[in-house]
Write a protein that binds this ligand. Structure first.
Ligand SMILES: NC(=O)c1ccc[n+]([C@@H]2O[C@H](COP(=O)([O-])OP(=O)(O)OC[C@H]3O[C@@H](n4cnc5c(N)ncnc54)[C@H](OP(=O)(O)O)[C@@H]3O)[C@@H](O)[C@H]2O)c1
Length: 272
């Protein structure tokens, strides 16, 4: 499906470079068919010399030569970037944006009428092939465009098609999600240290436990609540730990965090 297609990644920051590397590592796209751009010369140098990516500092030219354009700049740089690439966009090209809070409608308004836009919310575990991406079609995008976009993001994880109105909620949950789990790992390391473990061992135990719990959840046909009950014998250690978590309202904390992140995504959409 991606055979022979040329991809331009505009914005070679964290996400842009993760996607480029994922596509190359998985051999989804040959090296000669991906070019990544950035406005920062030092960053470009790093992308070219350390990551061995094909680089350019010319957005317009790179877009002109590409079939698929992945917009990976910060939301606040999106308007300027769209102005810059506008002359090089025609309806034969597919535009994919990963910018938080930027709607397909916003992008369509800047570019040629009828342009096919797909919006994606990926996350950083894409770097290790374990990303989660939600994909939403813009007004003029066809089923094939969504399929092709999903092929790109399936190269670095798992993708799901959603309605665009759900993107703020997705951003709050899986876009920002890795940071929540890193925070939990940090807290487990500190807690383990306070109870006598070395930080190194606590980290190993915490990380592998998180990975194991996630895989169990993925591979089991049982609900998470059921899996939790399976480790919680009455009067046991897990029950004692969970009691404190419930008393301190961990569910309420998580719910409030997701609400705040969803709100922030909506604000970004309004340029705040
Ligand atoms: N990081 C995540 O976990 C994550 C998850 C999901 C979605 N996203 C989305 O992915 C996008 C990129 O995020 P990021 O974390 O990768 O940000 P980032 O590391 O700041 O990367 C953006 C890069 O684009 C460069 N840039 C700015 N304007 C440009 C232009 N006109 N042409 C070419 N390059 C330009 C920036 O350079 P300067 O730094 O010099 O401005 C920077 O190197 C954002 O829209 C974000 O919402 C990120």
């Amino acid at each position: 499906m991606l055979k022979g297609k040329k991809i331009a990644i505009i914005g070679g920051g964290k996400m842009g470079s993760i996607i480029a590397q994922g596509l190359l590592f998985q051999k989804i796209v040959p090296h000669k068919n991906i070019v990544i751009t950035d406005i920062d010369a030092a960053r470009l140098d790093f992308l070219g010399s350390s990551l061995k990516l094909r680089i350019s500092n010319n957005n317009e030219k790179t877009v002109r030569n590409a079939d698929i354009i992945i917009l990976a700049v910060k939301p606040q740089n999106m308007a300027a970037t769209l102005q810059e690439i506008k002359p090089a966009i025609n309806k034969s090209k597919l535009v994919i944006s990963i910018a938080a809070g930027i709607t397909t409608n916003f992008i369509e308004k800047y570019l040629v009428k009828g342009v096919r836009v797909v919006r994606v919310m990926p996350n950083t575990p894409a770097l290790v092939g374990e990303g989660t991406a939600a994909v939403a079609a813009g007004r003029f995008a066809k089923a094939g465009d969504v399929k092709l976009t999903r092929t790109i993001f399936n190269a670095v994880g798992v993708s799901h098609e959603v309605e665009e109105k759900l993107m703020d909620a997705v951003t709050a949950l899986s876009g920002s999600g890795p940071a929540y789990f890193f925070l939990i790992i940090e807290a487990l390391i500190e807690a383990g240290f306070k109870t006598g473990l070395s930080r190194e061992l606590a980290k190993k135990l915490a990380v592998q436990t998180m990975l194991g719990a996630a895989r169990l959840c993925l591979e089991s046909d049982k609900e998470p609540a059921h899996l939790r009950e399976m480790v919680t014998s009455p009067g046991g250690t897990t029950a004692a730990g969970l009691k404190v978590m419930e008393e301190k309202e961990i569910r309420e904390i998580i719910s409030a965090a997701i609400k705040a992140a969803t709100r922030r995504s909506k604000e970004l959409a309004k340029g705040k």
